[in-house]
Write a protein that binds this ligand. Structure first.
Ligand SMILES: [Zn+2]
Length: 109
């Protein structure tokens, strides 16, 4: 399993801490049997909250495999919370939010 990027994602300005977190997160996705697909890093998005950590290269959005591979996901008996919990447990200093179509990771501090 691999770390992949949605076409058009800007990586400019991503902090080293975020690269490290994404590396570990890729391993966590791998344990679940899915690629990690980054859908947004530092890209501008008008929906972002004003103090978004995306702008400073400290946040990433990850595609939710349950929505993209629903059959495989269901066959394995996972809930969307399972992977969210695994990410929270495995990523130091990082908060994880489950959004409507992605996991939002944000490095705190
Ligand atoms: Zn986000």
């Amino acid at each position: 399993m691999a770390l992949k990027f949605k076409p058009g994602v800007s990586i400019i300005g991503a902090k080293a801490e975020l690269v490290l977190v994404l590396n570990v997160a890729t391993g966590i996705f791998d344990e679940y049997g899915f690629d990690l697909v980054v859908t947004s890093l530092t890209d501008d998005d008008e929906d972002r909250v004003f103090n978004s950590r995306h702008k400073i290269g400290m946040a990433a959005d990850l595609r939710r495999p349950d929505l993209w591979h629903p059959r495989e996901w269901e066959e394995r008996g996972y809930s969307v919370e399972d992977l969210g919990h695994a990410l929270r447990k495995g990523l130091p200093g990082t908060s994880v939010l489950i959004e409507s179509n992605h996991y939002h990771l944000q490095i705190e501090g």
